[in-house]
Ligand binder design. Structure first.
Ligand code: BGC
Length: 745
């Protein structure tokens, strides 16, 4: 009997090695032990198998042979993530060593040689690899309104992630950014369903390319399913109270789009919705995700979320019960990630029969399939020479282009910008004027992005870029910290000498719970700095590099120009300087509604009841800046909005066209935005909703026709029965000031 199973195993291993693309998954599952299956469902942090105490050392990043071998032999490690304690970038060579060792030991010491899958947070470029290209954060990517360009961002990210030897990226964030207080607002594609859907689609396409098997593609991970971004308090991982209709209307579509695009994996929302932690919500994780959306990929928990069911959410009294609940709800893999208790408990539960083997096998099947699709069953091999473009100028140009197309000019009184006279002296000041960290935000070299030790050499802060790229005389004084004035006298003295003053406002990089804030107001010190400089009497240009739209209502009237730069990444300094000096004509548009007051958060696709300018004026929609808004150094005129049919039905495609002319003195790019209003509907309709857009380039004096193909489903909503419908009736279509009435029959 023993001889026979040894023979089967030997035969199996042989055929495993021989198989070009990996083994037959079901045959493999049949020979796996319970322990091996539980191991596949476990993901640990690099810290668990690295030398020393990574968090204490702050210098992780080499494998401890004993820890790794014991992890493989005892727990059959299925997956590893990140860099240990979010503690710092790893050089390409070091990554290769780590991965070689991991794969080699796994092959030497594991019985079935099932490859380990390594996952990483490559959030705006592969930010945990030294010398990688760092892009604007997602909110800035959305502000480009240019999905083709954003696709390149994700292609480069995939390339450089794979160049590091890493096949799985925990990106993109598909949570809708409708809660500006939220510490992860900058990680979203903004507040609008349509814009975010288009960006989600492009991100997945860019990461996964033509197939996971390519050495230039990675598996995408849509996160965080579902409804994570909309907590009532705005604080990370605090309760969300939301109707199913709202969840489906606003927060589901990005995920739905990414699933249709073939996104390989999903990460689960750490928080709770209506009192149920999503990690134990069978309705969301199985009925919705699997049965309704037909998602076939791997569902991984977020960080330590199984244990948090006990110690944070209090829905399970023991960790064992927590494991049972989340696996039965539909989790495939647990980002445990600091120990193997999950693995041990899962084995016990399976042996006791508390979790049926069929449930375990479906998770293991998905995990093995992902590994097979990624080509991980093939012998691991990597070399730098395969990736000559890693961290290259070519890649930096994609980042620069994305930054320039994202930067949004929100105010420009009397055309104070661009500064074209090279004889003018410019004072560049403010807390963000000379900081790479503030340009990049969190997930930059470290988790919170506050450590300046790991910066990429030769990247320029805003003031450095002004000095290097302009012929103007540039003065610098910080003037203030983020929340404390200092150096202000020096700054005021230099302001006297300057012709124009560029004040760079910012926010400490942060994400997740460390990024929680109590209100949206910009810290008083920065307001004070602007007021003091305003008193000098020179033109004021505000540059904002914020994690979220901090309230600037008091200082906008003092400014002659406002340049909103989001978190523009490593090329942000250059992009900002080039926009201000007119090398580049700005074309970014806000992907969110910029609030004028901390407690006046109303989205552009508001309901009519939020829009009323009654006698009391209390409900009037008065944001600081509207969604979709952004100025240019040229002017565009819209005319001749026409629609192919005035009455349409379910089978029709409406062709909506408009002429756009560059009537100004510069070439430029314009985002043509098509909105609609459903005039009367069984669910209160929005005042307006985006349903199509296109970014076009126009030379001086050039005129183009832009056309959109619109179907009934583009004008749909989720009704009371939670079904997406387009109701018969009247609609208005809007492009800029033009509108056209159509009837759906
Ligand atoms: C975050 C995820 C991230 C994971 C791994 C969590 O705390 O919520 O977005 O992918 O950590 O670092």
């Amino acid at each position: 009997m023993i001889k026979r199973s040894v023979f089967i195993l030997a035969f199996f291993s042989l055929s495993l090695l021989k198989a070009q693309n990996g083994p037959d998954i079901d045959s493999l599952i049949r020979v796996m032990t319970i322990e091996e299956k539980a191991g596949q469902m476990t993901q640990i942090d690099l810290g668990v198998i690295a030398k020393g105490d990574i968090c204490a050392l702050k210098q992780p990043q080499s494998i401890d042979d004993k820890k790794l071998i014991s992890g493989i032999k005892t727990y059959h490690i299925g997956s590893v993530l990140n860099v240990g304690c979010g503690s710092g970038t790893i050089a390409l060579d070091r990554w290769h060593d780590i991965l070689r060792q991991l794969h080699q030991y796994n092959s030497d010491y594991s019985r079935l040689k099932i490859p380990v899958i390594y996952g990483i947070d490559a959030i705006h470029g592969v930010n945990y690899t030294k010398g990688a290209t760092l892009f604007p954060q997602q909110i800035g990517q959305a502000a480009t309104w240019n999905p083709k360009l954003v696709k390149q961002v994700y292609q480069v990210t995939a390339y450089e992630t794979r160049a590091s030897g890493l096949p799985w990226n925990f990106s993109p964030v598909l949570d809708l950014g409708r809660q500006p207080l939220w510490s992860r607002f900058f990680e979203t594609f903004g507040e609008d369903v349509y814009l975010a859907k288009s960006m989600s689609q492009t991100a997945v396409q860019g990461l996964q390319g033509d197939g996971l098997n390519s050495p230039f593609s990675v598996a995408a991970c849509m996160k965080h399913f579902l409804g994570y971004s909309m907590s009532l308090s705005g604080k990370d991982r605090t309760p969300v109270w939301m109707s199913d209709r709202e969840l489906r209307a606003y927060f589901l579509p990005t995920f739905q789009t990414a699933i249709q695009q073939g996104a390989a994996t999903v990460m689960i929302n750490s928080g709770e919705i209506n009192g149920t932690p999503v990690h134990v919500n069978h309705d969301i994780l199985t009925k919705l995700l699997r049965d309704e959306l037909h998602f076939k990929g791997v569902a991984v928990t977020d960080w330590e979320d199984v244990y948090k069911l006990v110690n944070v959410h209090h829905v399970a009294a023991t960790k064992k019960e927590a494991v049972r609940l989340c696996i039965l709800a539909g989790i495939d893999m647990s980002m445990t990630p600091n120990d193997f208790e999950f693995t041990t408990l899962l084995v016990e539960l399976i042996k006791e029969g508390s979790i049926p083997m069929s449930r375990i096998d479906s998770s293991v099947r998905r995990i093995l399939q992902l590994k097979k699709d990624l080509g991980l069953f093939k012998p691991f091999s990597i070399s730098k020479s395969q990736y000559p473009d890693f961290g290259s100028k070519k890649h930096a140009e994609v980042s620069y282009q994305t930054a320039t197309e994202s930067i949004t000019l929100l105010k420009n009184t009397k055309s104070v910008l661009p500064i074209t006279k090279r004889s003018e002296t410019i004072l560049v000041c403010g807390p963000a004027a000379n900081s790479m960290n503030l340009l990049n935000g969190a997930w930059t070299h470290t988790w919170q992005g506050t450590d300046s030790t790991y910066q990429t050499p030769d990247k320029l802060t805003i003031v450095e870029a002004f000095k290097k790229h302009t012929k103007n005389k540039i003065l610098y004084a910080q003037g203030s910290g983020l929340d404390k004035l200092y150096d202000v006298d020096n700054c005021l003295r230099k302001a006297q000498e300057a012709d124009k003053i560029v004040i760079c406002l910012g926010e400490m990089p942060s994400t997740e719970i460390p990024g929680n804030i109590k209100d949206l107001d910009l810290p008083q010190a920065q307001i004070e700095l602007v007021k003091k400089l305003k008193a000098v009497g020179k033109p004021i240009i505000l540059v904002c590099t914020f994690n979220r739209p901090r309230i600037i209502h008091e200082i906008v009237p003092m400014a002659d120009a406002v340049v909103y730069a989001y978190l523009p990444g490593d090329e942000g300094g250059r992009a900002i300087a080039d926009i201000i000096t007119g090398e580049v004509n700005p074309s970014g548009k806000l992907p969110f509604t910029y609030p004028a007051a901390s407690n006046d958060i109303v989205h552009y696709d508001r309901k009519h009841s939020e829009d009323l300018d009654t006698d009391f004026s209390t409900n009037a929609y008065k944001p600081e800046f509207d969604f979709g808004f952004g100025l240019s150094y040229t002017t565009f005129e819209y005319s001749n909005l026409r629609v192919s049919k005035d009455t349409f039905s379910a089978s029709d495609v409406l062709m909506v066209s408009v002429d756009v002319e560059n009537t100004g003195k510069k070439e430029g790019m314009e985002v043509v935005q098509l909105y609609y209003q459903d005039l009367y509907a069984s669910i209160t309709p929005s005042v307006r909703q985006l349903c199509a857009y296109d970014k076009i380039y126009l030379k001086k004096g050039e005129k183009k026709t832009v056309s959109f193909a619109i179907k009934a489903e583009d004008l749909s909503f989720i009704n009371k029965q939670l079904v997406r419908v387009t109701e018969r009736g009247d609609f208005e279509l809007y492009i800029q000031q033009l509108k056209h009435h159509v009837y759906y029959q």
